[in-house]
Design a protein. Structure first.
Length: 767
């Protein structure tokens, strides 16, 4: 590669399209005349290029760019609805200037610290066309220039060297289909050692850099000729297998035999031949404390150390709070009676027992299905605790769940993440083991959604004198994240559990609640003509099912109920297929929010995002800042948007690629293009993603599918998301199959075992 040319080829897919003839690929060359916009976080740039003696507007991504730089761009001319013709480039080459005027303009652009227009003029006056070589290779000579000291000459040399170094690194990584943003993230970690480190062991990227998976690292290693049975490769494979097990299936560990089988398949290495190598690398990871490997209940267990400490920490803290707060039972009969009189209700013995359990224990679980009075019980518990002067917080895993809790109790509730408060500087929770939350008791609703990592962060932030009451439905789907926290706590039998079975809340001619309990008992729901909230529409063909669902959302239900389509939610069992989330989303987007000349939109991968679209956040983002409009012109600011949060696109900036989103609760966020992958259309969402949410009306496809997914647990969760109406569309035989299917993929977790052991230790300690 010539010293004066940097080749940047960031899109392998573009090259494929070009060679396959699907893309009109062309090249233009010129000098950057002016920069209209540059987003430093993702490199997105709008600039004017002096090309063939004309100004051409160019749009695309640079790492750094300055006026005066000469570039060669590869892309196509496109017409922007608002700004007219532009050249959208996917790849570029930077050609350093060789003429005196070009060098002067380049150096004077401010790209290099310590060099402005005057200094640039002086350098070029002294060294002419050799100026850039002097800066890079003979920095001591710069001190001969007026206004440049030896110290300043060194600074100029370092900045110019770093600039070229970063560009070279980005170019190097782009050859392996690594984006500019990810390349910069890698450079931030490895600095000048980036290329050397990757050449030595590309698999280190899997451990060191968020966003680099095993497949990417393996492709790089393959091009370097690294052996398939390299210890580096086996190490990365073990870590990848354990990570995938937690991310995809919720496991916190894998049995040794399962891990070895998975590893052998991933690496395409014969298990019998290479098991000794696998074991050697595994034990190295154990010695480095990256992985834990031990026997429990005669099972050989392998787990990432972080999950070991999460589950151990949760078990230890729950046991500590539970045992340390054991005291004489408080008589609260009069308090309960007073609450009944004020609210004109009569509690069932089950409910009274749940209230007493919560008040008289440091830790307890209250579990029950819809209509069993969990919300009323929470209100009573809260009333008694406040009467005792106990400062209590109401928490939930999601924004929707916390809002529902607030509405039901007339008390402010918060998400767990918000209560723990993200520290902007450290990107850690402000409340932790060194800084406890200022509460004497917390009540956490929808606890089945809490994964082991979030449970760990929450419990670390509680003093041992803080009471914790966990409320949830044990029959709902487990958390999206790793762990099976609520189920493990109940099965450990170390924590007091109040189980609610009696149904109390059901309006006349309503079937939602009773049908949910029928489904949970393995029985088919009732479809009574007198019902005003539970319907089944029979359709056999998948395309007919899809069309019927779209018609229900866009026309029939809004007219029948006199509500907007936004209050109707499609909950689909599957993501793909004719009746899957992705297909239905595109159909509903076309009907409810069609393209218009005045309506900005942006294409991202296979998705089109348009102003006005209903969207969902699909991953926890602890760094995304938000502004919330409160009453009386007050504004709150914070950080963190979380998996399952829903909202609408309020604006799209097509020049910067930024999407403005207004989430529920009037939280407003700006998504740079680098974060857009975390958004999905939400006219239809998977049942898994609906956990912790409630919708006025839900529409559910009743279709065939994998038995590992379409089970009783799933349809029960879907039905219990509805407040006012459930409509199923499809075939009843598929609904019956789901209800009869009790299969639940067992999650490999250790919290139950850790709780039993921690409880024993805590008893010894306090006795």
């Amino acid at each position: 590669m010539q010293a004066n040319v940097l080749y940047f080829f960031s899109s392998i897919s573009l090259a494929k399209k070009f060679f396959l003839g699907y893309y009109y690929f062309m090249q233009i060359e010129g000098e950057i005349e002016s920069i209209i916009f540059n987003n430093e976080s993702n490199g997105y740039t709008v600039a004017r290029l002096l090309h063939n003696n004309e100004n051409t507007v160019i749009v695309g991504k640079f790492f750094k760019i300055a006026c005066g730089e000469k570039v060669r761009l590869n892309g196509e001319f496109v017409t922007n609805q608002k700004f007219g013709e532009q050249f959208a480039f996917e790849t570029f080459e930077i050609v350093y200037p060789t003429t005196v005027n070009g060098i002067k303009k380049f150096l004077g652009s401010g790209l290099i610290k310590g060099v402005g227009p005057v200094t640039a003029q002086n350098i070029v006056a002294k060294f002419g066309e050799d100026s850039l070589n002097v800066i890079e290779f003979q920095p001591d000579s710069l001190a001969k220039v007026s206004g440049i000291s030896a110290k300043k000459a060194k600074v100029i040399n370092e900045y110019f060297y770093n600039y070229k170094n970063v560009q070279n690194i980005i170019i190097f990584l782009s050859e392996y289909n690594i984006s500019t943003n990810l390349a910069l993230k890698i450079y931030t970690v490895y600095k000048a050692e980036t290329i050397k480190k990757i050449q030595e062991n590309p698999y280190a990227l899997v451990e060191d850099i968020d966003g680099v998976g095993f497949i990417t690292a393996d492709n790089i290693a393959n091009k370097f000729g690294i052996s398939k049975d390299s210890e580096f490769r086996v190490r990365a494979g073990i870590l990848y297998s354990l990570s995938q097990a937690s991310e995809k299936n919720g496991h916190t560990f894998l049995p040794y035999d399962d891990l070895i089988r998975s590893l052998s398949k991933l690496l395409n290495l014969n298990q019998e031949k290479y098991e000794n190598l696998f074991e050697t690398v595994l034990q190295t990871l154990v010695l480095e404390k990256v992985v834990k490997n031990f026997f429990i209940n005669k099972i050989n267990i392998v787990m990432l150390s972080k999950f070991y400490f999460y589950e151990k920490s949760v078990a230890d803290k729950l046991s500590l709070i539970n045992i340390s707060q054991t005291a004489t039972e408080i008589d609260i009969a009069e308090d309960i009676k007073h609450f009944e009189e004020v609210n004109h209700i009569n509690f069932h013995n089950e409910q009274i027992n749940a209230i007493k359990t919560a008040i008289n224990n440091g830790v307890c679980v209250i579990t029950g299905g819809p209509g069993t009075g969990k919300t009323t019980i929470i209100k009573c518990i809260l009333s008694i605790l406040e009467a005792q002067g106990i400062c209590t917080a109401l928490l939930a895993p999601t924004g929707r769940a916390s809002k529902r809790m607030s509405d039901a109790t007339d008390k402010e509730a918060s998400t767990i993440h918000r209560a723990l408060a993200m520290d902007f500087a450290t990107k850690r929770f402000a409340f932790n083991e060194k800084n406890f939350l200022p509460f004497d008791a917390i009540i956490v609703d929808e606890f089945s959604m809490v994964d082991v990592m979030l449970a760990n962060h929450l419990l670390k932030a509680l003093s041992r004198d803080c009471k914790i009451i966990m409320v949830g439905d044990k029959n709902q789907l487990p958390s999206v994240g790793a762990g099976n926290v609520l189920d493990d706590i109940i099965k450990s039998q170390t924590i007091k559990v109040a189980n609610l079975t009696q149904i109390f809340r059901q309006e006349e001619n309503s079937l939602i609640i009773s049908n949910a309990h029928l489904i949970n008992s393995g029985e088919m729901p009732e479809f009574d003509n007198k019902s005003n909230d539970f319907f089944f529409e029979t359709k056999e063909n998948l395309y007919d099912i899809k069309e019927n669902i779209v018609n229900l959302i866009t026309n029939r239900l809004p007219n029948f109920l006199n509500i907007p389509p936004s209050q109707i939610q499609v909950l689909a069992p599957l993501k793909n297929g004719v009746c899957g989330v992705e297909t239905i989303n595109k159909e509903l987007q076309q009907k409810l929010n069609p393209p218009a000349f005045s309506k900005p939109e942006i294409v991202f991968g296979a998705n089109i995002f348009r102003k006005g679209d209903k969207i969902m956040q699909t991953a926890n983002n602890y760094n995304l800042e938000w502004v919330q409009q409160l009453s009386h012109n007050r504004v709150a600011e914070g950080v963190g948007i979380f998996n399952g949060d829903m909202g609408y696109i309020s604006e799209i900036d097509r020049d910067t690629g930024e999407i403005y989103v207004n989430f529920e609760g009037n939280k407003q966020c700006v998504y740079p293009r680098t974060e857009i992958s975390q958004l999905s259309l939400a006219y239809a969402i998977t049942i898994h993603k609906s956990q912790g949410s409630e919708f006025d009306v839900v529409v559910i496809p009743s279709i065939a599918g994998p038995s590992m997914i379409l089970n009783r647990n799933l349809i029960y969760t879907a039905v219990t998301r509805a407040k006012k109406m459930v409509v199923l569309v499809g075939e009843k035989r598929h609904l019956k199959t789901m209800i009869n299917n009790k299969f639940i993929l067992k999650r490999h977790t250790l919290l139950k075992e850790f709780l039993i052991k921690s409880n024993e230790n805590a008893k010894i300690l306090f006795e």
